[in-house]
Design a protein around this ligand. Structure first.
Ligand code: BG6
Ligand code: MG
Length: 221
């Protein structure tokens, strides 16, 4: 079977914005009396803005402490801080090997797709000067369910006419790996082997420098 598409997560796969999300949520958590650490933060990776806030409130025993309007204000406050951190992003912030991989994919006419839970994805891709290298960016509001449901990945494959079992998905989050596997795709994890293997990753790399078209083809063909 031929590799038909590569479907990428964005935050923590294309660039280091997973860290910015952590910094921004952590500050909001401190402001509302819910401190948390990196271990808890693993539960937020790949999860939408609204659902992340719910998880943080639940974690702090404050699930019922805010009205919907107040929750919207909290999520907006987090996003404003996050957006201010994005201001410093330049094309130099693309993770190692990613631009090269995208260029190889384009040369071979294999679509690259973004399946991110983030509404900030288009802006980040522009700041990194990568927008032209992706055939399609799935809008998180266009699918019924976020990660770990397969919807974002399945939509990405469908939009470029690829069969799920001929796609590779690349993710740094446990919820994302689960989403790729339930979409019936091959899952490449970027990060900690034990965590991502336990979520079902077929292969885990410590960082993006080991990604190449040859490597991804080897997983499918
Ligand atoms: C995911 C991140 O990609 O996007 C999450 O892993 C984040 O941490 C989610 O909460 C939503 O992002 P945004 O930019 O729409 O708030
Ligand atoms: Mg991610």
């Amino acid at each position: 079977m031929k590799l038909q598409a590569v479907i990428f997560d964005l935050d923590g796969v294309i660039t280091d914005t997973a860290e910015y999300h952590y910094v921004a949520w952590k500050r909001l958590g401190e402001q509302i009396g819910i401190p948390f650490d990196r271990e808890f933060n693993e539960n937020l990776k790949g999860i939408s803005r609204g659902e992340s806030l719910e998880r943080i409130l639940e974690h702090g025993g404050k699930a019922d402490a805010y009205t919907p309007e107040e929750k919207l204000e909290l999520a907006t406050r987090k996003n404003e801080h996050y957006a201010s951190l994005l201001d410093s992003i330049t094309p130099d912030d693309v993770y190692p090997g990613i631009r090269e991989l995208l260029l190889e994919l384009r040369e071979q006419n294999i679509p690259a797709v973004i399946a991110s839970a983030s509404k900030n994805a288009p802006q980040i891709l522009r700041a990194l000067e990568l927008a032209d290298l992706f055939r399609y960016v799935v809008h998180p509001d266009s699918v019924a369910k976020g990660k770990p449901a397969p919807d974002l990945f399945l939509r990405g494959a469908e939009e470029v006419g690829a069969e799920p079992n001929a796609c590779v998905g690349i993710e740094d989050a446990q919820a994302g790996i689960e989403a790729i596997k339930s979409a019936g795709m091959v899952a490449v994890g970027i990060g900690e082997e034990i965590t991502l293997k336990s979520s079902g990753a077929d292969v885990v790399l410590p960082d993006t420098s080991g990604l190449s078209l040859e490597f991804l083809r080897g997983l499918i063909e």
